[in-house]
Design a protein around this ligand. Structure first.
Ligand code: OGA
Ligand code: MN
Length: 213
């Protein structure tokens, strides 16, 4: 990644806690991940139909209507994604001294009507997720399809209007401080493909208090 781009990302994260970077992910990687996600989703839907379940991967429908599947590192596309995020992790650690360590990643499909209510990705103080990365894998997208990502600044009230509404265009990447930045996926009209990853810090020795006896 170029120094300018990296500088902009580091500045945004340091000053406002989030950044939107259109076209950050290489096109070839976006395409490979999209193809994998579509194939996985179709297979899971078939499996779910076979065992009489309505949805492939059910998550709490009151706050979230989406299907997720965790990365298992088994495919070329996932390996390339890992290599790409690893370079980003090293850059971010150097620029911001965040001590990012390992990343967990899941694919997410939002079917028509899908959404994810306003939330934080991590509870304050838990340090289990430090920086969140969302990448969009749609073929193309425009505002009329819905599914925008609304982002609030740290400390904003529920009643406050979002600071930004991001249209999930292919290859675009959002980075956010997981404990600080509230965000929400607005209802989508069409199937919306993406992935979400979270970097953790190395927990060994951090905040660990030995028992007194
Ligand atoms: C998440 C999330 C945002 C998006 O998966 O936690 O907030 O735009 N995703 O898909
Ligand atoms: Mn989130």
């Amino acid at each position: 990644m170029g120094d300018n781009r990296l500088g902009a990302i580091a500045d945004d994260l340091a000053t406002k806690g989030w950044t939107w970077q259109p076209d950050l992910m290489p096109e070839k990687l976006t395409r490979a991940l999209r193809e994998e996600l579509i194939a996985r989703d179709a297979a899971a839907a078939l499996e779910a139909a076979g065992i009489g379940r309505q949805d492939a991967y059910q998550v709490d429908r009151s706050v979230r209507r989406t299907r997720i599947t965790w990365f298992d590192g088994s495919t070329q596309a996932q390996k390339e994604f890992r290599a790409w995020t690893e370079a980003l992790r090293i850059d971010l650690n150097r620029e911001l001294m965040l001590g990012l360590f390992e990343m967990e990643v899941c694919f997410a499909v939002y079917p028509p009507g899908g959404f994810y209510d306003r939330h934080l990705d991590s509870f304050a103080g838990a340090r289990n997720r430090v920086v969140s990365l969302v990448a969009y894998l749609n073929e193309d997208w425009d505002e009329a399809r819905g599914g925008a990502l609304a982002v609030w600044n740290e400390g904003a009230c529920e009643e406050d209007a979002p600071t930004a509404r991001i249209i999930p265009q292919p290859g675009g990447v959002v980075l956010m401080l997981s404990e600080a930045i509230p965000h929400e996926v607005e209802v989508t009209q069409e199937t919306r493909y993406g992935l979400a990853g979270w970097w953790r810090v190395n927990q060994s020795g951090v905040g660990r208090i030995d028992p007194l006896s």
